[in-house]
Design a protein around this ligand. Structure first.
Ligand SMILES: [Zn+2]
Length: 315
């Protein structure tokens, strides 16, 4: 499966597939936009899952807050517009509440994520780092759930609700913001800081030596900036981006750094310039033994494109 696919631009590609699992609309453009644009343009099938609709991310006057449901719908539309610009093949929204993701039932959300991982069968998955960039509880939670789901998805004894075959993700990456990148963000947003349970959490950034992977997406920085600008409900916070000189835009959107948290195929200190480094072109030959015993149990996968069927209760 997953051989020769066609993306929205009609570009043929091989079996390369990656999936981003994040918390809020705008995470994809602000944190992963350059990487997404880079790989979509290379013909890689890119998938995006957002656990919430960012329903509480209201930037206007408190009295004008349209309510969680309405803002969630607005932000869903913004996310779909942004991911279309980034060439994302499929965008899925789960129905979790913004700000409450760390209260989610782990069994239920991990099962949902396993369902998507086994359906899409990506070689590479990306999410936030364990610090959530600046201690954001939703970012931390999605990092933990994603990491757990990758383990469960590969386990032949774990049966997801659709009874799909196991899938072993080859590589997992955490977004590793460097201090230089965070400095530009903080120039725009002010200090990235949250107070949680009376404790101040600040963005510290990854040491340069901790970064395992650098993706050069500078050719796509304008595309990423367009995607960022789709998030109109958030634009009051982004206004300073528009004032940044092009050179800073290029740094922000054109150079994305990651930490290789899991790899079955490579390692070492050499800085990677490709998330797929070390992954063979062939499909899952090495892991076919996992697939065989389960093949007869394949059923209709849990599936949603652009969130269409994800408005029901559970999700
Ligand atoms: Zn976020």
């Amino acid at each position: 499966m997953n051989t020769m696919q066609t993306n929205r631009n009609g570009v043929q590609n091989s079996a390369r597939t990656l999936m981003c699992i994040l918390a809020h609309p705008d995470d994809e453009s602000l944190g992963f936009g350059g990487m997404l644009a880079h790989y979509a343009s290379a013909g890689v099938a890119t998938y995006m899952i957002s656990a919430t609709r960012g329903q509480r991310g209201w930037m206007g006057e408190p009295a004008a807050y349209p309510g969680a449901e309405t803002l969630g719908r607005i932000r869903e539309g913004e996310l779909l517009a942004a991911t279309a610009i980034l060439g994302v093949r499929e965008t899925t929204l789960l129905d979790y509440m913004d700000g409450d993701l760390d209260q989610a039932d782990p069994v239920a959300i991990i099962d949902l994520l396993v369902g998507h991982i086994r359906r899409v069968r990506p070689q590479v998955i990306l999410t936030f780092d364990p610090s959530g960039v600046y201690g954001h509880p939703d970012h931390i939670a999605i990092c933990q759930f994603t990491t757990a789901a990758i383990s469960a998805a590969a386990n032949p004894r774990y049966v997801d609700r659709a009874g799909q075959a196991p899938h072993q993700v080859r590589k997992l990456y955490y977004r590793a913001f460097s201090a230089a990148e965070l400095a530009i963000y903080q120039q725009v947003f002010g200090d990235l800081v949250m107070t949680i349970d009376g404790v101040e959490r600040r963005a510290t950034g990854w040491p340069e030596w901790g970064i395992t992977t650098r993706i050069d997406a500078v050719a796509h920085w304008q595309q990423v900036w367009q995607a960022v600008a789709c998030h109109r409900s958030q634009l009051s916070a982004y206004q300073k981006f528009a004032a940044l000189p092009p050179e800073q835009h290029r740094i922000l959107w054109g150079n994305q750094t990651f930490y290789r948290a899991l790899s079955l195929v490579n390692g070492g200190r050499e800085i990677e310039v490709d998330l797929f480094a070390g992954i063979p072109d062939e499909a899952d030959a090495k892991y076919v033994l996992y697939v065989e015993p389960m093949a007869s149990r394949l059923a209709s996968p849990v599936r949603a494109t652009h969130g269409a069927t994800f408005n029901q209760k559970m999700y």
